[in-house]
Design a protein around this ligand. Structure first.
Ligand SMILES: [Zn+2]
Ligand SMILES: [Zn+2]
Length: 265
């Protein structure tokens, strides 16, 4: 109840640019808050999709701004299998699943397959990198003037434990949002499922000199108390290594401010 049960959706504000990371069920609440904030002013948004598993796309049909003719939405991501991103996103709005077809949406939506892993959103340079997750899945690195943000919602440590590419990609991140679904004991029953554990996340973040680690992709069977314990455990691991890494678990509505006005809430 405190951490929240919606699936992946993170909003990043850089200057006037609004970048949304993934379209899980959390996108519904974001749509409502954007409409309330912009009160009739047109919205111009970019949505970066890590991959098309359900928990990362199911919020899209419930995202109120797409029913507003003045909204412009650019969607970038990869599907990587047979169908392509357009079919993966719009297929969930076919009549078997949803009453309003994608083709009837009044807003201006562009869907682009991710081909170049280096691109720009407004003034922000973005880089993508493949994650270790079944199917096609990427993480993103956003270079904002106030800091470096890395987002890997679904990924598992690569076998061997020495993932130099990953360490280079996330090195010196101010904020790393990282799949830490399991405890160590649980992870051993789920290896190969494409998700990580808290112990490995902390070790990776420490090695890459990350400033703040946000534990992400909570297991649906973990309640608030379990999550509190995971956070405590992660912080104890950092302390043991005499690290400076700050750790918290993602929760509904959590906001992190980078730059001069750094705050934790
Ligand atoms: Zn997934
Ligand atoms: Zn997922």
């Amino acid at each position: 109840m405190r951490y929240g049960g919606n699936t992946t959706c993170v909003e990043v504000r850089i200057g006037d640019d609004i970048i949304v990371l993934d379209a899980g069920t959390g996108l519904r609440l974001l749509g409502q808050s954007l409409l309330a904030e912009f009160k009739g002013r047109p919205l111009n948004l970019t949505l970066l999709i890590s991959h098309t598993h359900w928990d990362h796309i199911q919020g899209l049909p419930f995202f109120a701004p797409i029913y507003d003719a003045r909204c412009r939405l650019r969607i970038l991501g990869g599907e990587g299998a047979r169908k392509g991103l357009v079919a993966a996103l719009t297929g969930q709005m076919e009549s078997t699943y949803f009453p309003v077809p994608f083709s009837k949406l009044p807003s201006n939506i562009e869907i682009e397959e991710l081909r170049d892993f280096n691109f720009a959103v407004g003034n922000t340079l973005v880089r993508a990198q493949r994650a270790n997750h079944p199917g096609f899945c990427v993480g993103y690195r956003l270079f904002s003037p106030d800091g470096l943000i890395c987002f890997f919602p679904d990924t598992e440590p690569r076998p061997g434990g020495d993932d130099c590419e990953m360490i280079e990609f996330i090195r010196d991140a101010d904020v790393l949002i990282l799949d830490s679904q399991y405890s160590h004991a649980e992870y051993h029953r789920h290896t190969g499922w494409g998700h990580g554990c808290v112990e490995d996340s902390v070790a990776l973040a420490l090695r890459a000199n990350v400033k703040k680690l946000v534990l992400f992709h909570h297991d649906p069977s973990h309640d608030d108390r379990f999550m509190d314990d995971l956070v405590r455990h992660a912080r104890a691991l950092v302390k043991k290594q005499r690290g400076k890494l700050r750790v918290e678990a993602a929760r509904e509505g959590l906001a992190i401010q980078l730059g001069s006005k750094q705050a934790g809430k």
